[in-house]
Structures are given as structure tokens and as C-alpha cells.
Write a new protein. Structure first.
Length: 325
């Protein structure tokens, strides 16, 4: 993205990409606002060729595409308007009057609202995309340039170039809730996506295997990835009754005094992986046999500790008479 000065206001030449309409390009399309030509060029990125030119208002500065990719919004710096055109036909469907010297436009993730910075009037115009009309005007700091809506869609952030501040606008009420200081000529802005997370649901089951020679309890320790992201790795630890030790460990499991530790991963969202081990009954006292499985580590971050453990208690009346839930 490049910048230039025009009529005393700092303007943007914008470029944005979206998926190609089915009837046209084979790859994503890029839209370029030509501030010196009163047009928007359409590039088929599969061929890197300009496939269309859309005539808009005077001195188009920036362009943003709706989340579903059906409409493009263009700020016309010289005519104080926003052009809306259909990305399937490249026909302008609406021209919306806004404030003086509109520079940048950003849409909410739902596509319901478009926020336009008006550099000449120190305001932000809010366009209702359903009616293609300005539904609110928000006063911000001096020289608003960049605007971006956070991924949750709850707040629009505006860089005030002359005031050295950033305004935070509540998108539900379209009021400035915070003015953040400490910048020097703030201009553009962008959001880093939130770190990925994987919620691991721990499950533990037991099954008695009784016989005269080697009676034992067989345990299955399961890591279930409920998402939203893929799991890279996880460690689950089972705590055994005092004096018990485990045998027949599944690959990836190790035993220590009264514990079994198993490693997992990767696991796709919605999938699970299980590890097994045994506890010989001859090593146990008669009575309850309680085992607990706990997630002790995982990557990426687990956002929900409520399901990080599971427990099961079997009852041994003798080494040949055992019941498990």
C-alpha cells in the first residue's frame, strides 16, 4: 500500500483481494483503487492480468470487500462518497455520501456495517450495508486515517493521524469508548489473530480381566480434542493407588511410582487418541481401586480446564471378583 498527499490530506491507494466469482476468474481477485484515474482495477491473481476496470467517484483512495465477497466498497477522496459495486458484474449499485475526504473503509465480520474515516471532518461514517445508507456519524480525533474492526466485530479502531491517538468505537452503540494516546502520526493498523487453542477432554475407562493366572484391570486413557484448533501435542498422567504399578504400557507411555504418563499428538479437531495400560490385581489390596487421569501439558493452549481430568473407581472384593462402572 502506498501513500500520497492530495489537497492537504493524506490519502491511501488501496488493494484488497477476495475469492473469485464462479463465472469469471479461476483464482482470487484483487481490487486496486486508482486514485489518479477514478477507477478500480480488477486483477485475476491466477494470471496476474487486469480483467476489468470499474469507474467510481473522484480520487478513489481505498477499497474493502464484504466478508461474503459479493460487494466492494470504495472511498472516493475527491467526491466525498463511497461507491458500492457488485463483484459479479462490476457494476456500481450505490453511491453513498459521507464526510469530507473519506480515506479508509472497513467492514464488520458480519458484513452488516461499513466504517469510513473522513479525514476532513474528523468523523467516521457508519454505513448500514442492508440499506446502503449512513446510519451514524461518530466524532473521533483529528485527522482520522486508518480503520479496522476487531475479529469479534465489537470494536472499530481508528487512527487519528494529527491527534496522535487511536479511537475505539463500540459497534453496537457507535460511540467512542476509549481514546488511546502514545502514538506518533498513527496511520495504518491491523490485527494479529488470536493464538490457536485446542480443548482436550480427558476420558478414562476401566475393564476387569479376571482369571486364575493373571487377573488385571485394563485402563484406556483418552485425549479427545474438542477444538477449535488442531492439537500439536499433549501429556496425560494417570495416578494409581498406593503400591500399584502398571504393566503392558502402550507406546508413548512410561511408568513411575504410582503413575503412568502418556504422550499424544498430533490430534485433529474432533478426533481422539487413546493409550492403554494394565494394573495387575495381585498388587492391590482388596477394596476400591481409584485411578485419576489428568492433562498435565498440551499445545496449543487449552482454553477449558473444566474437562482436563477424569476418574474411575473399581471395587475389588477379591482378585477374581471386581466390578467397574
Amino acid at each position: 500500500m502506498s501513500s500520497l498527499t492530495m489537497g492537504g490530506a493524506l490519502a491511501l491507494t488501496g488493494v484488497v483481494a477476495l475469492s473469485a466469482p464462479a463465472h469469471a476468474a479461476t483464482g482470487p481477485l484483487a481490487y486496486i483503487a486508482n486514485i489518479g484515474g477514478n477507477t478500480v482495477s480488477v486483477i485475476d491473481t491466477s494470471t496476474n492480468a487486469v480483467t476489468a476496470s470499474v469507474t467510481v467517484g473522484s480520487s478513489p483512495a481505498n477499497v474493502a470487500v464484504s466478508p461474503v465477497g459479493t460487494q466492494a466498497y470504495v472511498t472516493n477522496l475527491g467526491s466525498n462518497t463511497v461507491s458500492v459495486f457488485d463483484t459479479a458484474t462490476n457494476a456500481v449499485t450505490a453511491t453513498v455520501p459521507v464526510g469530507s475526504n473519506p480515506l479508509t473503509v472497513a467492514l464488520t465480520p458480519s458484513g452488516a456495517l461499513a466504517y469510513v474515516t473522513n479525514n476532513g471532518t474528523n468523523t467516521v461514517s457508519v454505513i448500514d450495508t442492508a440499506t446502503t445508507a449512513v446510519s451514524a456519524t461518530v466524532t473521533v480525533g483529528s485527522g482520522p486515517n486508518g480503520v479496522a474492526v476487531d475479529p469479534s466485530g465489537t470494536t472499530a479502531y481508528v487512527t487519528n493521524n494529527y491527534a496522535d491517538t487511536v479511537s475505539a468505537i463500540d459497534t453496537a452503540t457507535n460511540t467512542v469508548t476509549t481514546t488511546i494516546a502514545g502514538f506518533t502520526g498513527p496511520y495504518g493498523l491491523a490485527f494479529r489473530p488470536a493464538p490457536p487453542t485446542s480443548d482436550i477432554d480427558v476420558d478414562l475407562t476401566a475393564q476387569p480381566h479376571l482369571g486364575i493366572l493373571t487377573p488385571y484391570l485394563s485402563y484406556t486413557l483418552t485425549a479427545r480434542n474438542t477444538g477449535p484448533g488442531a492439537l500439536t501435542s499433549a501429556t496425560l498422567t494417570a495416578t494409581l493407588p498406593a503400591g500399584a504399578s502398571a504393566t503392558n504400557l502402550a507406546p508413548g507411555c512410561t511408568s513411575a511410582t504410582n503413575t503412568v504418563t502418556c504422550t499424544y499428538g498430533p490430534i485433529a479437531a474432533g478426533a481422539s487418541a487413546s493409550k492403554t495400560f494394565r494394573i495387575p490385581l495381585s498388587l492391590l489390596k482388596i477394596g476400591p481401586v481409584a485411578v485419576t487421569g489428568v492433562r498435565t501439558a498440551s499445545a496449543p493452549v487449552d482454553p477449558n480446564p473444566a474437562n482436563d481430568s477424569a476418574a474411575i473407581t473399581c471395587t475389588a472384593l477379591s482378585i477374581v471378583l471386581v466390578s467397574c462402572p
